[in-house]
Design a protein around this ligand. Structure first.
Ligand code: ADQ
Length: 498
């Protein structure tokens, strides 16, 4: 892990995300605490412990209020107390309209350009604004408590309006934001009712640095600002925007995984044994094993993947009994109808395919419909001959990178949708277009027929690249860039807290 303290110097670091790093809840043993799974929390928690920053997030746990002070503050991790978690309280109706509503039913489909899922209600937008304002107040209050300089780092599309609100409250605070999902071009963003698309962009222009996964998303953002924000002067060459006497920098920083952790997990004796068991069951001799790992989400191209597998078994009868597919997918956003319908569709389609092609000895698709532990995940990745990532749009896609990191035997082929951020970065995968079912099927066939030497060559290339581009390099690059920008603007005497 790089020493991020070098960048922060005496600067207080305030992180803002929708999900909190520690959630207290009432369990069978009284009040318990859990850390939600996910790459971002596991990368940022150790960083926050070292730099003793403040993490501002929605207090979603059933026992969060009892364990926090009047302002919603609590020291975490529970046994160590090395940094402050500041919880922001939301009513159920606010969670419905801000989170399930505007964030997940309006912005999520719009940013992924899947406009038939796009829904908009005035209440979604009003609550999104109100919740963003409340978060901005919490961050401003945290900045106020510091005597030195401060930096606020905002995560994702839940908080597009926070930077503008915060800028008005603390003009010299250094504010930056990482947008984890794609950013749409102007023709898509304008599906938001007039006024709200401009307001969204103005909100983001409160940042000093606006960070995207890849240049394509950054360029879409610049195009949207050019088209919709009057008074903004965009320089596409420098990727800067002059707006209201300030300069907003725009840049791309592809997120990654903790490479060593996945490699170690895959190399551990338990994972090796599990991988052997999986191969003994599904890929003995010349048989092969395919895998996928997803949240059940309509952006991930799951029906398209199942259609390709069905066509593969239809057009290539020699694959019957020779190729088994392990479909690992965890239910997600289950209070939204689009997601529960998709989950049901996945279960039904798998049944149809298995009934049509399966035999007493062979089940073509083995469905594991749950969240699996990291060590089982590493074993699944290690055991696979091919891994399918078929997103219709994806900011980056960490599954692709986890697969590469866990491929310690260098046996597997990665089939990767060209519409993922990862496809712009990783060289060595077989790129697919999930909308083109025939092309998808022939890519699966080419992967299955690929000689071991070529598999190894491709996998080595990807592993070398990823080894030097981990999630810690991502953090390093972002904070390095912030330190550079902050150094260019010396602290204003008397303003102190930013
Ligand atoms: P997501 O849309 O959630 O992330 P992704 O990047 O693939 O997509 O990350 C999913 C994570 O969930 C992976 O770490 C994966 O291992 C895990 N996961 C999925 N199914 C699982 C299962 N059944 N059991 C256990 N773990 C499972 C958003 C953006 C992405 C971007 C990330 C990070 O949509 O484009 O890459 O943020 O910026």
């Amino acid at each position: 892990m790089p020493d991020l303290l070098q960048y922060l110097n005496d600067c207080k670091f305030i992180l803002v995300s929708n999900r909190e790093p520690y959630e207290h809840f009432r369990g069978s043993r009284g009040i318990e605490v859990r850390q939600p799974a996910g790459g971002l929390v596991s990368a940022l928690d150790p960083t926050m412990r070292r730099i003793h920053g403040t993490w501002v997030a929605w207090g979603s746990g059933s026992a969060d209020r009892e364990t926090s002070d009047d302002l919603g503050r609590v020291r975490v991790p529970p046994d160590e107390g090395s940094y402050t978690l500041r919880r922001v309280w939301l009513e159920e109706s606010e969670v419905d309209a801000y989170y399930h509503g505007f964030a997940n039913r309006s912005l999520w489909p719009l940013c992924h350009m899947l406009i038939h899922y796009f829904e908009y209600r005035t209440e979604f937008w009003d609550r999104y604004r109100a919740v963003n304002l409340r978060f901005a107040h919490a961050v401003a209050d945290e900045a106020e408590r510091s005597t030195g300089r401060c930096m606020a780092w905002i995560q994702d599309y839940h908080f597009a309006l926070v930077p503008e609100f915060l800028r008005a409250m603390r003009p010299s605070l250094f504010i930056h934001q990482f947008w984890h999902i794609p950013f749409p071009p102007p023709d898509i963003l304008r599906l938001l009712p007039s006024g709200s698309h401009e307001a969204l962009l103005r909100g983001l222009l409160g940042n000093d640095l606006m960070e995207f996964q890849i240049d394509r998303h950054a360029l879409n953002f610049l195009d949207c600002v050019t088209e919709f924000v009057s008074g903004a002067d965009v320089d596409p060459g420098d990727q800067t925007i002059r707006f209201q006497d300030r300069v907003v920098q725009v840049a791309s920083f592809p997120i990654s995984v903790d490479y060593e952790k996945y490699q170690e997990l895959a190399q551990a004796p338990e994972a090796a044994k599990m991988a052997e068991t999986l191969r003994a069951r599904y890929a003995i001799g010349s048989r092969q094993l395919g895998v996928c790992v997803d949240r059940v989400d309509y952006t991930k191209g799951i029906p398209e993947r199942l259609r390709a597998l069905e066509l593969l078994f239809t057009e290539h009868p020699d694959m019957h009994g020779q190729f088994t597919f392990l479909f690992v997918c965890t239910p997600s956003r289950t209070n939204l109808a689009a997601y529960t319908q998709l989950e049901q569709e996945v279960g039904e389609t798998v049944q149809v395919i298995n009934k049509r092609f399966g035999t007493a000895e062979w089940t073509p698709i083995v469905l594991i419909g749950e969240n699996v532990d990291a060590d089982l995940l590493a074993a699944v990745y290690r055991a696979a001959d091919i891994c399918l990532v078929s997103s219709l749009q994806d900011g980056m896609n960490l599954v692709a990178k986890e697969f590469v990191a866990a491929q310690v035997d260098e046996r597997g082929v990665l089939l990767l949708s060209r519409f993922t951020g990862a496809a712009e970065e990783i060289d060595g995968a077989l790129l697919i277009n999930p909308f083109n079912v025939d092309g998808f099927v022939s890519a699966i066939r080419s992967a299955l027929d690929m000689p071991a030497e070529e598999r190894k060559r491709r996998m080595r290339r990807m592993r070398r690249r990823l080894q030097n581009n981990t999630i810690f390099d991502w953090l390093d690059a972002i904070l390095g860039r912030c330190a550079e920008s902050m150094a260019a603007v010396p602290p204003t005497p008397g303003i102190g807290a930013g």
